[in-house]
Ligand binder design. Structure first.
Ligand code: NAD
Ligand code: 0WE
Length: 265
């Protein structure tokens, strides 16, 4: 029997078969969870439907987290299928593209800052809030995805780094709020993966190569690597863990002077 047997999970953030959220959905399905999915835009609907079908799910709900009504309506729709749910996976991040180019202080604007924080951090607590009553009494688990740019200044990640820092603080404050209700809130800080969100980021290849050469495991990570840890974190096996950010990055974050320890250069 899978370790998520009897659990119901809402997955927010599938856009393609490369999505980290898809790796998470696959692992949760394998471990016996029942799944529901949201999609951001009509363009993504048929793709998310296909992916949901592979996981035996026919619950596919539109949700652009920029809109309060769509967040509220997501749980009204979910309530037509399920009387409650146990797991929320938030795998959403966005900043206007021009924010992720060049030097931080040249690129940042008030609007770019606001959008990055709204979509990448506020949306996590907004979804949790809207779904709170449906999680009541079920010892729920909430999970989000972060990146090391939250805690280190990195090239071009720019205002997304600040938004991820906010998201990681959100994990801790949400854990404080929801702990007394029996719910746990955690984050996974993933190493770089080639997904749609990474497409068109200049030097992304170089970042993957750098990790391959220098990370302790001498490889990059996959959505499957993240999925397995996510499934564990949202299961009762992790009942004693909340407010935590777990790195799934082949060990890259523990290094200093990474380049000198690598195979080449
Ligand atoms: P992805 O493009 O597959 O997923 C990003 C998702 O965010 C998409 O499904 C997109 O529809 C959704 N999204 C964006 N704006 C939205 C909005 N307004 N409303 C609803 N959904 C919206 O890319 P991914 O790499 O799988 O990203 C998932 C998460 O993982 C993000 O939080 C990202 O920051 C994080 N992450 C990614 C990497 C990486 O290198 N790919 C590394 C660490 C963390
Ligand atoms: O969190 C992310 C991706 C975030 C992201 C990506 C995009 C591209 C398309 C947010 N907003 C947008 N907006 C768009 O218009 N990652 C961790 C992947 C990533 O993105 C980077 C990275 C890494 C790693 C951007 C610059 C530098 C490194």
């Amino acid at each position: 029997m899978g370790f998520l047997q009897g659990k119901r999970a809402l997955i927010v953030g599938v856009a393609s078969k490369r999505s980290i959220a898809w790796g998470i959905a696959e692992a949760m399905h394998r471990e016996g969870a029942e799944l529901a999915f949201t999609y951001q835009t009509e363009k993504l609907k048929s793709r998310v439907e296909q992916i949901a079908e592979i996981c035996g799910s026919d619950i596919i709900i539109p949700c652009d987290v920029a809109y309060d009504e769509q967040i509220t309506d997501t749980f009204a729709q979910l309530g037509k299928h399920w009387d409650g749910y146990d797991i929320l996976v938030h795998s959403v991040g966005f900043a206007p593209r021009e924010q992720l180019v060049g030097d931080y202080m040249d690129a940042v604007t008030r609007e770019g800052f606001q959008i990055a924080h709204d979509i990448s951090s506020y949306s996590f607590v907004a979804l949790a809030q809207a779904g709170r009553s449906m999680m009541a009494g079920r010892n729920g688990a909430l999970l989000t995805l972060s990146y090391m740019g939250a805690v280190r200044a990195m090239p071009s990640y720019n205002v997304m780094g600040l938004a991820k820092a906010s998201l990681e603080a959100n994990v801790r404050y949400m854990a404080q709020s929801l702990g007394p209700e029996g719910h746990r809130v955690n984050g996974i800080s993933a190493g770089p993966v080639k997904t749609l969100a990474a497409a068109g980021i200049s030097q992304f290849r170089k970042m993957l190569d750098h990790v391959k050469r220098t990370a302790p495991m001498r490889r990059t990570i996959t959505p499957e690597d993240v999925g397995n840890v996510a499934a564990f974190m949202c299961s009762d096996l992790a009942a004693g863990v909340t407010g935590e950010i777990t790195y799934v990055d082949a060990g890259y974050n523990i290094l200093g002077m990474a380049e000198l320890g690598g195979d080449k250069d």
